[in-house]
Design a protein around this ligand. Sequence first.
Ligand code: M6R
Length: 611
Amino acid sequence: MCGIVAYVGEKKATPILIDGLKRLEYRGYDSAGIAVFGKEKIECEKKKGRIRVLEDSLSVDYPEGNAGIAHTRWATHGAPSDLNAHPHWDCNKKILIVHNGIIENYIDLRKKLKKAGHAFNTETDTEILAHLIEEHLKNEKSLFEAVRKALNEVHGTYGIAVMSEEHPGEIIGAKNGSPLIIGIGDDEHFIASDVSALLPYTRRVVYPRDGEIIRITKDAFEVRSIKSKEEATSKVEKVEWSSDMATKKGYPHFMLKEIFEQPLVIRNAIAGRIIPEEGLAHLGGLNYTVKELLQVDRIMICAMGTAYYAGLVGKYMIEELLGIPVDIENASEFRYKRIILGKNTMSFVISQSGETADTIAALREIKRKGHRVLGVSNVAGSTIARDTDGGIFVHAGPEIGVASTKAFVAQIAVLVLFAVKMGRHRDMTVEQGKEITEALVKIPAQIESILEKSDEIKKIAEKYKDVEDFLYMGRKFNFPIALEGALKLKEISYIHAEGYPAGEMKHGPIALIDKTFPALFVAPKDSVYDKTINNIQEIKAREGDVLAIGSESDTELPKMVEDFIAVPETIEVLEPLLTVIPLQLLSYHLAVLRECDVDKPRNLAKSVTVE
Ligand code: M6R
């Protein structure tokens, strides 16, 4: 939520900052702004709307200075407008700041600063920071110290970049609860919310920790504690992702590219992690001894959104394969309730970005109670990747589309590996381990065959493009898929969709069904197929249209329903990896047909870094 980029070096800052913003646009896109050192002063430009609106508004004589900061916004305090867009400044327009996060005590600070004579122009919480730094600069020569002292008065979350006209050639950053990294180039340094902004310029980065303040100049960077000013240890790390991975590669949208990447994504997620002859999975990063794995008597998974639904698939799968009870918790609820974890409970957090505020808070709460937490994450260097005690990287590559697709299948694939590993240390036989891993290895090719049906699914989408509601249903392993399919549909096409366990239908949702309210069933030929067919018949008896996702070998279901999309057969536990694909394509095509902005749906941002 909100993207920040800052540059100091020898090159012209403006093109680097605008390019960085475009690469971060998925983090927020309701307004954007930039501030660059000109010949005599800092020039700031900010606009409501997308980054291209800002870019178009930059005059030909916009400064060509070598240092600047920029921001793309997802509004929290204050509606999207030119005025509320970042950067924000102090009374004299000499100190400029961009911010991602929420300053929780901004009302008190604002009152205090107003009393001291500061005048405010915006409705944002961020503006108080500029004035607070201005106040400290009255007694401080160093911008670094003024920012540090100001931050010691602040409660809340922030990733910031600050520049001052009186302090050319340096930019101060700081981080607490919001993502921020330092990029190291040759005679240049960067600050950014995440690595995607920096990939064309450098792959050498430092990941500051919460509570740390940064100073970058052309030649150097330093990281210190905000509280004590003590120098922090900072390791330069190499980013594995390439710049090319974060481009559309000829696809019209990132989401479509990411849907089509899924066969490769699963191959990467499982690569080197299966020992075929032993029906075994190898996961080096769990940091649990076999003895400890054997002691686990309960598993708790905590996540948000699509990652939560991947966790729900994990629950069904682990309970079925291991006989260990699994709780799946919504992190935003979990963090505020009484946490009851046994000493042999194994805790997981799942997060594509590794920066979701609620999931991080849940992780910290579990750790505070003295328990270990494992992470399932896609982003090396993210807060979750660093703050967990071990875990599994999904290796899906950068996911840019706001609607999560490839991360979901990668998360499920690694949970399968986890279940096999745990199972094989327990009572899972070699045969069963082999059956699962062999079926998993076949999944990428099976997904490829579903992707070939994209045009067929588009034709189905054309029939449904004007509906305003949809009921998605499935049972057992496909109940989470109904939830995930409904989430995909609502978030990018704005069609109201609800996901339900099919068995719940008669307890209320069926009242909604009429000719204008279609139902989608995920009904492959598995252990609950007959039960789901009964539900389909009940919808048909009430004149509802049905679109079904079913097995290729099913000759009966296509005759019962208006529309049918066939998926190849696999073992029941792996069905979600296949049944979700047509649902992703269906929502994609519906969104395009309804002329929605697929990669940047309204009101959303890729990574929810505020509560
Ligand atoms: O980065 P995370 O996996 O922690 O993100 C969790 C959710 O915010 C995310 O899955 C969200 O629901 C997506 N927009 C779904 O497509």
